[in-house]
Design a protein around this ligand. Structure first.
Ligand SMILES: *Cc1c(COP(=O)(O)O)cnc(C)c1O
Ligand code: SF4
Length: 329
């Protein structure tokens, strides 16, 4: 009998690698070839097997492995690295609801992610305080209803698609009751990490919604876009979502014009467009991924010389207190 897709994706989260030693063993890598692990971490390794399968066995510098392998440096604090680098705590309206920019508010829908990315700027965010309890959800809805300047609500996280389809459907339905909202945006890495998350139920929820829908995925390297990921993105596109990608520019992962060009091309083939290329936020313990601005600007100039304008991502940085993401360069 065919396994139902909703069972399938939840199984992939359940069976993900959580032990660095097991992942190293799976990749045929002795520990002494890998960066030293942190002594203790409040952000443990989490890598679904399907994502690990896209890594090259025996390569300690695999660009997908580098994104997820915990590093001893994460326990050293650089003076300029902040636990809340982009001012999320100050921008909270009610727990789990952030507004920094005109016309759009962001809901921290779920603390859970399907993969733990070592450079993630939300890894130190107190999700437990902002957990999507029913009380907070009602307060969030009340706030959204009262703000007539809003056009768009962004479901972010964590990963909003870690919620089951039934929960997602009822949240979206309640949001649809807020007349001034016309656009729903979903910030999610799940279609990339576990493409079976794009279930037929999810596609139906999206295609039947009254909202204009943008699904903003997150891929950093073309090896993340396997044929099943491309298929999942194409299905989202066919469910009338505009699919956009944001990447983080990461040393050793994608600080290379050929890699970024291939990523843009792979996205386009799957019906998705590059949106932002983020300069790294100064999150605690992530200095090893930093790329100098001059180099970032040079890479994007090369992309511009090779690709149509719609395949060149906007190079931006988030600056606390700014009224939009700020262009770099
Ligand atoms: C990044 C972000 C957005 C989205 O910004 P866009 O430039 O519209 O993509 C919205 N709200 C918050 C709080 C954000 O951090
Ligand atoms: S999936 Fe997104 S929110 Fe989750 S750890 Fe990765 S970058 Fe952070």
């Amino acid at each position: 009998m065919e396994v139902k897709s909703h069972e399938n994706w939840q199984d992939e989260i359940r069976t993900a690698f959580r032990d660095p030693l097991e992942l190293a063993h799976h990749l045929g890598l002795p520990l002494d070839q890998l960066p030293p692990l942190p002594k203790n971490s409040d952000f443990p390794l989490l890598v679904p097997r399907g994502f690990a399968d896209r890594m090259t066995k025996g390569d300690p510098c695999d660009p997908l492995l580098l994104q997820v392998w915990p590093h001893a440096a994460e326990s050293n604090l650089e003076p300029f690295e902040l636990a809340d680098p982009v001012g999320d705590l100050k921008a909270s309206l009610v727990p789990g609801l952030l507004q920094k920019y005109a016309q759009r508010a962001l809901l921290v829908t779920s603390g859970a992610c399907a993969v733990h990315c070592r450079y993630c700027f939300r890894q130190h965010f107190p999700y437990h305080d902002a957990s999507p309890s029913q009380i907070h959800w009602q307060a969030q809805l009340d706030h959204l209803r009262q703000d007539l300047s809003l056009r768009e609500v962004v479901l972010s996280g964590g990963d909003p698609l870690s919620l089951p389809d039934s929960v997602l459907a009822s949240r979206i339905q309640e949001l649809e009751g807020i007349a001034q909202l016309s656009t729903l945006r979903i910030h999610t890495r799940l279609p990339v990490v576990i493409p079976s998350r794009v279930t037929s139920d999810l596609r139906q929820i999206l295609s039947e919604s009254r909202f204009r829908i943008a699904v903003v995925i997150h891929a950093n390297h073309p090896s993340e876009i396997t044929p099943s990921v491309a298929d999942a993105l194409t299905k989202l596109h066919h469910a009338s979502a505009t699919v956009l990608n944001q990447s983080v520019l990461l040393a050793g992962v994608n600080d290379d014009a050929d890699v970024l060009e291939q990523l843009s091309q792979a996205l386009w083939q799957a019906g998705a467009l590059p949106y932002y290329l983020h300069a790294l936020d100064r999150v605690r313990g992530s200095a090893r991924f930093a790329v100098p601005d001059q180099e970032a600007i040079r890479l994007v100039e090369i992309l511009r010389s090779r690709l149509p304008g719609y395949l060149v991502p906007r190079l931006v940085r988030e600056i606390e207190g700014a009224r939009s993401k700020m262009p770099v360069g």
